[in-house]
Design a protein around this ligand. Sequence first.
Ligand code: ADA
Length: 559
Amino acid sequence: MQSYPLHAGYPFELLDGLWEFAFQENVLFREAVCPDLDFRDVTEVPSCFDLQSGYRGVRGTGFYRRRIRVHRGRIRLICKGFGFVLSAYWDGKKIGESNLTYSEVPFDFQSDEDGWHELVLAVSNLYDPDGAPLMHPFYDFYGYGGLYRSVELHQLPEYSVDRAEVRIVNAEEGRIRVRLRLSGEVPEHCTASFSFDGADVQERSLNPAAPELEFQLKDRRLWSPEQPHLHTVTVRTKHSSVTERFGLRTVGTEGRNLLLNGRKIRLKGICRHESHILFGVSLPPSLILEDVRLLKDLGCNFVRCVHYPQDSRFLDLCDELGILVWEETLGWGNPKEDFQNPAFAAAQKAQAHRLIEKSINHPSIVIWGFLNEGHSNEPETETLYRDLATIFRSADDGRLISYATMFPDTDRSLALADIISVNRYPGWYAADQDLPRPLKEIEAEMERLQNSLESRGFGNRPLLISEIGAGAIPGWHDTFRAHWSEEYQTDYIRESCRAILSRPEYLGLAVWHFSDCRTYASSRALGRPRSLNNKGVLDEYRRPKMAYEALKQIYSAEK
Ligand code: ADA
């Protein structure tokens, strides 16, 4: 199950499979010395090394080693997702490092000789505010270590076409702009052939300084959740080719409404971590597909992908099966101290650029997000919120911008957002802790929130509840229908959906959460029984709780 873009024309190798493995506890990648390592173990790529027996829950640096045969010349190594910090060594020489946890990162280098070479990838999962600024132990999801996603090796020709980014000029008319990413020694006069949907080949000459061209598609069809039609473009240069998939659709807002292809749409959504109790954040393809099937079965038309850049295979399936997506940079409740840390700000911005680059062609993605529940009520956070919004807006005018706030009444950056997105848990983290079953708080909070935002001048923007939910221990039933019972969770989800969907002022909601997932292994787990965030409508093995059926009924009935 390979994800788009697809490359051809030059030797390409997927480096997934068994690698030699060594581990140094409590050692940061910066301090580690590769040559002295004792590679006495093996591990699998992709996977989380801290989930395998012998290494469960460890913190330190994992070293992956394998030998690879290549020709002399330009090499690109692509790591599609890792945590937290990765450094790469080719024949003992460092070829790059990255602290962009969960991002897809390329390392370009030169191989000087034909034949066998040694590749070592060192991955640290130690919390370190300077070296690994995007991850923190207080995040409410487990910070796994390892090469979460595939590793690819591209033996590039003298010059190559690496990506073809498609921007929609006019969806109805099928007019698009294709911006190429070229690398290597691109000749001043060079041509490329473009073919759409495997046919309609057009030869064009390229300006290597600005390789951007406009096209008119012949057989155009719009993409929508009901009819997720997709197109492909294949671009060939002398020794390389890339195939990208895209869809024709528009997304915009009008007052409180979200418009898809000019038509009003409400969001029936759910939040989803990439997480499974057995695989951590490194999900096998069959499970990714199963998750997308479950989203469809639930009747969702929207998934909020939390809280980091996602596996492209999941996004490909959302494109194919017609689910609208919110994708965001890695963040969770970051305080102002993070915003004042230059390493954190730089990593956020770099990750935003990488996110756009990776995901630009997915028609399913309609919202770019960032900094979940950052302390957006503090003046010190304003600059980074603004900088991130600017990065997304200037790179892409075909999508909306939002971020999930927990400070809707005092937030200082709301004006940046096309959609006001608020995380709310009334009646779960109840205002009145002595009241049994405080479900009434939900309705009251939806009313209050809407009025508060109107009074602050945001009454004319779409309003989304980007999280709402309650925890349930799977299989625990209670005649009192108390907190943690499947009964309370079911009642809670019913009441949340009713209170939100019955109000035309709300764009919709993203229920928290899809499935139970591992979180704190520290004493913070006192509020997280089983060391899991238990607010899934599915348990950690994807077995349905009572709330699953309830949500399915509501979403299936809601047009
Ligand atoms: C927040 C946060 C989620 C999760 C949730 C909860 O809204 O964004 O990641 O931690 O709270 O379960 O309390």
